[in-house]
Design a protein around this ligand. Structure first.
Ligand code: NAD
Ligand code: ZN
Length: 367
């Protein structure tokens, strides 16, 4: 029941393995595929406490000598300070070009570690072992890496494709229900971008995805394949890759509006509300029927995801603030915005001429 998704990026092509028990077999997979003898594992304290020992054991069994570094969990770890720390550890361990740096954790660890692996010695081998649903279906695929700065999220980084991704579906059993659900919003997103059959399949099979049955592996593999297809078509986001931002324009604004306070809103919850809003907004622009809006909202609600702004605890800032977060300064309200809109379930498209005044009026109405 293991699945393999190949990402055909020329010389930098790589495989994503998806299935149970992969951490226990990581040593074998890494030694046969990467042929390294030394590795450095970067993880966070939550994930490391459960999965570092089994991973170290597996590497040792296959003759890979490994060092490890565990960092505090949370978005704040994607910083210059921790980047410095990771680089220092890699250099102290004398990690060379052909050795491997392994990211064991969610998107925070993957983004930070991938960046370090891309710049230490101008690039060393990089293996992703994503442990959150979000990182398995999204951040570990596609090669975007980086850190946050005081100017904003993900503003410093490099494109650095991994050499191998091992998505162990068993590890999702220790992920909190809330984090699992948040990651699921990204799974739904792939259906709504351009896979109506996948969306319909999720409507029928989501319980098994959440329960950890065979549908979970299927859903993750389909999502990885969907992301890989987009990335291969448009590695550096000049066109089609923008579709992956479905639900993210509103979602990011809501994350900023809640000051990235994960007790109020985590990324996937913002995306869920953003997806619902993108569909409602498309309806308002006469692109999409109400029955499709209702169908999308019903599915998000069924799995327990939020679909409207009033579900966010605490006060939200003004619509002007939201517009600014969307990238539309008050002073240029006559401007046009780029948005991912939709004409139906799985019929999303990039609209680059959405009047900011329409967005403003819509948000005023929705809050
Ligand atoms: P995360 O890495 O913070 O993980 C979420 C929480 O779950 C953390 O507390 C972590 O310790 C815990 N956790 C992870 N796996 C676990 C497991 N198996 N068992 C128990 N606990 C576990 O967050 P995330 O949602 O995985 O990733 C979010 C980050 O990903 C953001 O920084 C975002 O910018 C980034 N991201 C990057 C890309 C990309 O293309 N590079 C795409 C989307 C998101
Ligand atoms: Zn996202």
């Amino acid at each position: 029941e293991e699945r393999l998704v190949h990402v055909p990026l020329g010389e930098r092509a790589y495989d994503i393995l998806i299935g149970p028990g992969l951490i226990g077999r990581a040593g074998g997979e890494i030694s046969t595929r990467i042929k390294c003898r030394k590795a450095a594992i970067i993880t966070d304290d939550n994930v490391g406490a459960i999965y570092l020992d089994p991973l170290m054991d597996s590497l040792q069994t296959d003759g890979i000598e490994a060092v490890s570094l565990s960092l505090p969990p949370g978005e704040k770890t994607k910083s210059f300070d921790y980047l410095t720390k990771v680089c220092d550890v890699l250099l102290e361990a004398r990690i060379e070009r052909n050795d491997a740096v392994i990211a064991l954790g969610g998107g925070v660890i993957g983004d930070l570690t991938g960046f370090a692996a891309g710049i230490v010695r101008r690039g060393v081998r990089f293996v992703q072992i994503p442990t959150s649903l979000l990182s398995q279906v999204d951040s570990s695929v596609g090669g975007k890496t980086g850190i946050n700065t005081r100017h904003g999220k993900n503003l410093v980084g490099v494109f650095n494709q991994p050499d191998l991704v091992l998505a162990d579906t068993d590890v999702l059993n220790t992920l909190s229900e809330r984090e699992f659900r948040a990651g699921y919003a990204e799974v739904v997103k792939y259906g709504l971008i351009d896979k109506p059959d996948f969306f319909a399949w999720l409507e029928r099979n989501w319980r098994d995805v959440f329960a950890g049955g065979p549908a979970r592996i299927e859903a993750i593999a389909t999502s990885c394949q969907a992301k890989a297809d987009v990335v291969v078509a448009d590695e550096r986001e000049n066109g089609r890759r923008a579709l992956l931002n479905l639900g993210h324009t509103f979602g990011h604004a809501l994350e900023a509006a809640t000051e990235y306070d994960s007790s109020r809103l985590v990324h996937g919850e913002g995306v869920s509300i953003g997806i619902a809003l993108a569909h409602r907004f498309s309806n308002r622009l006469n692109l999409l029927g109400v029955e499709d809006v209702a169908r999308v909202e019903a599915h998000l609600k069924a799995v327990g995801l939020p679909t409207s702004m009033d579900e966010i605890p605490g006060e939200l800032p003004s619509t002007e603030f939201l517009m600014e977060a969307i990238g539309q300064d008050k002073k240029v309200k006559g401007g046009k915005l780029t948005f991912i809109l939709t004409r139906g379930i799985g019929q999303s498209f990039v609209a680059d001429d959405v009047p900011a005044s329409e967005v403003f009026a819509f948000l005023e109405e929705m809050r």
